[in-house]
Design a protein around this ligand. Structure first.
Ligand SMILES: NC(=O)CC[C@H](N)C(=O)O
Length: 234
């Protein structure tokens, strides 16, 4: 049976269609979910996409975190459903307390767009199992509020328990603590990151890849990871 992965659209979501397309290219069926509904339509996994949900009012992700659909997403995540938050989706996960810490204005106060090198620090999650531990990947980054912050206590726990899923390599583009680009929960089903895997799923349309050894489709493996994590479960 085809894996069905839901993509939530909030008012102000921008990358929901790209996420749906990435899911399709990875071999799963994308299912459109609406922020005002309480219905997850029986999906197997969920993506919270990038954008500016509710105009980033209050704080990015803050209003989305209390939208009707998020009550269902939090419940499903707590029961083990794979949930991926991309950029604004990561901000929503943090605001929903599914992941710790916060995301604040980039240290240089500018919106940034770049093809970003990352290290996969935890290849044991539902969204990263197709990678090698310590593998370097390149996917686009584009945000204004990507600076990861956390209390000393949370940071110590994240580092100590291997919950840092991705770290920036080369350049720390936004002043994130410990170069943190993405996190996982302890169970490995909830992952959030600032860069955008759904924009690196097709050769020629993703990051500019000067290195001939690279394909530009590193993002596809996030979605393939979830498909195989779900297949292994049944
Ligand atoms: N690309 C995005 O998802 C943008 C996220 C967020 N609203 C920001 O600017 O930080």
């Amino acid at each position: 049976m085809t894996t069905r992965i839901g993509v939530v659209t909030f008012p102000g979501s921008l990358d929901d269609r790209d996420a749906q397309r990435a899911i399709r290219l990875a071999g799963a069926e994308p299912v459109a979910l609406w922020h005002a509904d309480h219905d997850l339509q029986g999906v197997d996994a969920i993506v919270l996409p990038g954008g500016f949900s509710y105009g980033d009012y209050l704080r990015p992700g803050a209003i989305a975190s209390v939208s009707p659909i998020m009550a269902e997403v939090v419940d499903a995540a707590n029961k083990g459903m794979p949930v991926l938050g991309i950029c604004n989706g990561f901000q929503v996960l943090v605001e929903s307390h599914l992941l710790p810490g916060g995301l604040i204005r980039n240290a240089h106060q500018q919106f940034i767009r770049r093809d970003q090198r990352l290290v996969v620090e935890n290849a044991g999650t539902a969204w990263t199992n197709a990678f090698e531990q310590g593998e370097e990947i390149v996917i686009p980054l584009k945000n204004g509020d990507g600076g990861f912050i956390a209390s000393d206590e949370d940071l110590k726990r994240l580092e100590g328990e291997g919950l840092v899923a991705f770290r920036y390599r080369g350049v720390n583009p936004n002043g994130s603590l410990d170069d943190i680009a993405g996190l996982t929960n302890a169970r490995g089903n909830v992952v959030g990151l600032m860069p955008h895997p759904e924009h690196a799923v097709e050769p020629g349309f993703g990051p500019d890849m000067p290195d001939a050894m690279r394909s530009g489709v590193d993002g596809l493996r996030f979605f393939e990871s979830a498909i195989s994590a779900l297949a292994a479960r049944v």
